[in-house]
Design a binder for this molecule. Structure first.
Ligand code: NAP
Length: 484
C-alpha cells in the first residue's frame, strides 16, 4: 500500500512517480511506501493552505480553540493505537510512546487552544486628539519541517501555536518517520478543521527546500541538526521569512559531591538512554565531582546493566532500536573513536544482537569514563546511547568546561546546595536548564537553544506571539497639520 500526501482535508496522490520506504528499525522490514512530493505538489499544498488560512484566520480564537480541543480529545482516545504506529516507525519503546509522545503533543495543543483567545493588542493615548492601537495578526501560511525522533510530538508542538494563532501550516515530516503525522492530519479534519489549514507533504530534503525557498511561505519552524538549520536559514533569507530553529546539542550535566547520588544517577540515565539516546536535549557530557566520581561510576553501571533492551513493542522493553542502519553506523563509529581516544569503556560499547533483535539497529547502553573534553565523542552530538563521564574538581572549572561548546541547548545541575544550583545555572550558556531533574518539558515552559542550538522557542506564551505580526494603527481625531 502507498501512503499519499494529505492536502485540503483528504489524501492526495503525488504527481511524481517517486516513492520511498518507511522501515521498522526494530526488524528492518518495510512497513509502508510513501509518495515523494514534487515541487508542483508542494505548490498545490501551499495554495490549499492559502484557502485554509482565508477561512481559519477569520474565525474567533475560541472557535479555533474548540476545534483544537476536539483534536486533543481524539488524540488521547487513540493514544495506544498512535503510540504503536510511532513505535513501528521509529523504534522507541512502547512503554515510552504510550505515556509521552502523544500525550505531550496533545498537552501543547490544549495549552495553546486555551491561551490563544487571550492574545491581545494594545492601545495608547498620545495627544488628546491622537492615539494608536496595535493588533496581533497571524502571519499566513507557515511551514513545519520535522526530525525523526519525536515525529508526532514535533508535529503537534509546531502546529499547536501556529494554528491557535490563526495561521495555516504545511508540514513535512522526516522521510524516516512519515506515518504518524498523517494520522494527526486526519484527526484535525475529524475535529472539524477546515480543509487546507493543516497539510502534509512527504519526502526528502528537496521537499524541505521547496518550502523553505517558497516566496509565499511566511515562516519556517524547523527541528533538526544544526548544520541543516544553517542551510534553512540561508534559504529562508531569499524571501526574508521568519525562522524558528530547534537544533542539536551536546549538553552538560553537572553532578556535585553533595548531590543525592541516586537522583543524580536517575537524571543521568534519563539524559543518556531515554529513547535510545535520540533526544536533542540529552546531557551526554556528565561532569562528576572528584569526591563521588568512583562511586558514581560504579552505581551508574550497576543500574544501566539492568536496562532491558529488545522488541520495542514489548511493554517491558526499556530501550529500543536506533532509527536506521545508517545512524547505527554513525553511532558505532563514534564508539570506536571513543575507544581509541583513551577514554575508559565501563559499559557496553557493542551492537546488541539477540535472536529477537538480529535484524534491527540496536546498540547497548554505553558508558565511557575518564573522558577528555576535546575527544570527538565528547564534542560532537552522537544521538545514541553513549554517556561520556568527565571528572572535575571545582565549580569555576566545571562552568568553563561545560560552556566550552558551540552548542547551548540544555544543561543541568545536581546539588543539595540551592545557592550553588542557581549560581551555576545562571552562568551556563543554555536555553533549557534543570536543577535536580532532567528532561521535563511541560507545555507552559518555553524550550529552545542558545548558540548553535537554535533560534526562537517552542511552547510557553512567547511562542504564540512569534506566530503573529504586529499591525500598528495611528488615529487622528483633529485636523491634519500640513505645510502644504
Ligand atoms: P536533519 O537531518 O537536520 O533533518 C531534519 C529535517 O530537515 C528532515 O525532515 C529533513 O528531511 C529536512 N531537511 C534536510 N535537509 C534539508 C534542507 N536542506 N532544507 C530543508 N529541509 C531539509 O535532522 P534529523 O537527523 O532528522 O534529526 C536529528 C537532529 O534533530 C538532531 O541534531 C537533534 O538534536 C535535532 N533535534 C532537535 C530538537 C530540538 O527541539 N532542539 C528536537 C528533536 C531533534 P529528510 O531527512 O526527510 O531528508
Amino acid at each position: 500500500m502507498i501512503e499519499h500526501l494529505y492536502i485540503h482535508g483528504a489524501y492526495l496522490k503525488s504527481n511524481s512517480s517517486e516513492t520511498f520506504e518507511s522501515i521498522n528499525p526494530a526488524n528492518g522490514q518495510v512497513i509502508a511506501l510513501i509518495d515523494q512530493a514534487s515541487e508542483s505538489d508542494v505548490e498545490v499544498a501551499i495554495k490549499s493552505a492559502e484557502k485554509g488560512f482565508a477561512v481559519w484566520s477569520k474565525m474567533k480564537a475560541v472557535e479555533r480553540g474548540r476545534i483544537l480541543l476536539k483534536a486533543v480529545s481524539i488524540l488521547r482516545e487513540r493514544n495506544n493505537e498512535l503510540a504503536a504506529l510511532e513505535v513501528a516507525d521509529c523504534g522507541k519503546p512502547l512503554q515510552e510512546a504510550n505515556c509521552v509522545d502523544i500525550h505531550s503533543g496533545a498537552d501543547v495543543i490544549e495549552y495553546y487552544a486555551g491561551i490563544a483567545p487571550g492574545l491581545q493588542g494594545a492601545q495608547q493615548d498620545l495627544k488628546s486628539s491622537t492615539f494608536y492601537i496595535s493588533k496581533r495578526e497571524p502571519l499566513g501560511v507557515c511551514a513545519g519541517i520535522g526530525a525523526w525522533n519525536y515525529p508526532i510530538q514535533i508535529a503537534c508542538w509546531k502546529s499547536a501555536a501556529c494554528l491557535a494563532a490563526g495561521n495555516s501550516m504545511v508540514f513535512k515530516p522526516s522521510e524516516e518517520t512519515p506515518l504518524s503525522v498523517l494520522k494527526l492530519a486526519e484527526i484535525y479534519t475529524e475535529a472539524g478543521m477546515p480543509p487546507g489549514v493543516f497539510n502534509v507533504v512527504q519526502g526528502d530534503y528537496r521537499v524541505g527546500q521547496y518550502l523553505t525557498r517558497h516566496p509565499r511561505v511566511a515562516k519556517i519552524s524547523f527541528t533538526g541538526e544544526s548544520g541543516t538549520g544553517k542551510k534553512i536559514m540561508a534559504d529562508a533569507a531569499g524571501s526574508l521569512k521568519e525562522v524558528t530553529l530547534e537544533l542539536g546539542g551536546k549538553s552538560p550535566l553537572i553532578i556535585f559531591n553533595d548531590a543525592d547520588i541516586d537522583n543524580a544517577i536517575s537524571g543521568a540515565l534519563l539524559a543518556n538512554f531515554y529513547t535510545q539516546g535520540e533526544v536533542c536535549t540529552n546531557g551526554t557530557r556528565v561532569f562528576v565531582q572528584s569526591g563521588i566520581y568512583d562511586k558514581f561510576i560504579e552505581k551508574v553501571c550497576q543500574r544501566s546493566k539492568k536496562i532491558k533492551l529488545g522488541d520495542p513493542m514489548d511493554l517491558d522493553t526499556q530501550m529500543g532500536a536506533l532509527i536506521s542502519s545508517k545512524h547505527l553506523d554513525k553511532v558505532m563509529d563514534y564508539i570506536d573513536k571513543a575507544k581509541k581516544s583513551g577514554a575508559r569503556l565501563v559499559l557496553g560499547g557493542n551492537r546488541h544482537k539477540s535472536k529477537e533483535t538480529e535484524n534491527g539497529f540496536f546498540v547497548e547502553p554505553t558508558i565511557f569514563a575518564d573522558c577528555k573534553d576535546d575527544s570527538e565523542h565528547v564534542t560532537d552530538e552522537i544521538f545514541g546511547p553513549v554517556m561520556s563521564i568527565l571528572r572535575f574538581d571545582d565549580e569555576a572549572e566545571v562552568i568553563g568546561r561545560a560552556n566550552d561548546t558551540k552548542f547551548g541547548l540544555a544543561a543541568g545541575v545536581f546539588t543539595q546546595n540551592i545557592n550553588r544550583a542557581h549560581r551555576v545555572i545562571n552562568q551556563l550558556e543554555a536555553g533549557i536548564c534543570w536543577i535536580n531533574s532532567w528532561g521535563d518539558s511541560p507545555a507552559e515552559m518555553p524550550v529552545g537553544g542558545y548558540k548553535e542550538s537554535g533560534i526562537g522557542r517552542e511552547n510557553g506564551p512567547e511562542t504564540l506571539k512569534s506566530y503573529t505580526q504586529i499591525k500598528s494603527i495611528f488615529v487622528r481625531l483633529d485636523d491634519v497639520e500640513s505645510p502644504y
